[in-house]
Design a binder for this molecule. Structure first.
Ligand code: ZN
Length: 342
């Protein structure tokens, strides 16, 4: 290649390398490869040379033309690539990215399971208010102002006569006020007590209370309903025992114990047990009793004609037992590493 052709190629290369946009590349192309461009000038010189030099000069001019054309192409591609958004191009054939989905909290799921079981036993679920009056919370439940049993409920008061419900019973009173027996209801929800929090006590917790009222409803019905419930909930054979207890709104009242679901020692009658059942083989699982006639009188039911039973149990506690959760505070701390296990 002649010196002139060599210089022309060098010059074109450096101009193209500096080109910042397609317009400048086009300018270079016209300058060198255009009909009246520098390469055309070089070719026009060839016939004027001595005959023996013409073939070499013609080849050199043509090679320069091709080389510059290639450089123009490369520069055009380089600029086009820079203009494209970086990163891999989206593949439209891939399935769409689904937004992350949450799932039901273990306490809510336990509550739903409990309600499902009671539904099959003919109980309908009712919701109550978390803020209640003193009357519905205590007086109507046979707990007058001076009754020592009030001390059992460390209640959060909003004003003198308004409070955060410490149990679910107010909702039962409200239902009985507006409906006549026969009645089968369960009331699930949140309640509040001033409690020092530890692995099993919380100032906010979930409770499920039940009530059945009708003619001839007796303690045998109560035992059957609770026994069936516990067996279905824990999906296991369960022994159940009733220990006399006291609640102001039921008479007689009982504390229900069932086979320890952690060690199942109660079933075989052995007493070694485990930590969950304090080495007794039994779990104290819920309180219950026959509704006190004073409660029926407070809501205007004929206490001579109707009898009924009531029971209450902790939803959080049942969730803890079922899923072997050692510390109930985990349920309410909102730690996803814990919650994602359910
Ligand atoms: Zn045990």
């Amino acid at each position: 290649m002649s010196d002139a052709a060599q210089d022309m190629l060098q010059e074109a290369r450096s101009l193209l390398e500096q080109a910042a946009g397609p317009e400048q590349v086009e300018e270079v192309r016209v300058r060198y490869l255009g009909r009246k461009g520098l390469v055309a000038g070089l070719l026009a010189e060839v016939p004027k040379l001595p005959p023996e030099e013409r073939p070499a000069a013609g080849r050199a001019a043509n090679q320069t033309k091709q080389a510059i054309a290639r450089l123009v192409e490369e520069a055009t591609e380089r600029l086009a690539a820079a203009a494209r958004p970086s990163g891999p191009r989206p593949d439209p054939t891939l399935p769409p990215i689904r937004p992350p989905r949450g799932h039901v909290h273990p306490v809510s799921r336990t509550m739903e399971e409990m309600l499902d079981i009671f539904r099959t036993l003919g109980f309908e679920s009712v919701l109550g208010s978390e803020v209640e009056t003193d009357w519905y919370n205590f007086e109507a439940l046979n707990i007058p102002a001076d009754h020592p049993a009030r001390d059992d409920w460390d209640t959060y008061y909003i004003s003198d006569k308004v409070l955060l419900r410490p149990h679910m019973s107010p909702a039962q009173i409200r239902v009985m006020e507006v409906r006549q027996p026969p009645l089968r209801i369960v009331v699930p929800g949140r309640c509040y007590r001033r409690d020092t929090e530890d692995a099993r006590h919380f100032s906010m917790f979930h409770q499920l209370e039940g009530l059945m009222v009708g003619e001839g409803v007796n303690f045998g019905d109560l035992k059957a309903v609770l026994h069936i419930f516990l067996q279905r909930f824990f999906r296991a054979e369960m022994n159940v025992r009733f220990e006399p207890d006291f609640f102001p709104f039921t008479e007689p009242s009982a504390q229900v114990h069932c086979t320890c679901v952690a060690c199942r020692a109660g079933r075989s009658g052995r007493s070694q047990g485990c930590q969950t059942c304090s080495y007794t083989g039994w779990l104290e699982i819920l309180g219950c009793g026959m509704v006190d006639p004073n409660v029926f009188e407070a809501v205007g039911y004929d206490a001579e004609r109707y009898t009924g039973f009531a029971f209450g149990m902790g939803i959080d506690r049942l969730a803890m037992l079922k899923h072997e959760i050692p510390d109930g505070r985990l349920l309410f701390q909102g730690d996803l590493r814990f919650l994602r296990q359910f």
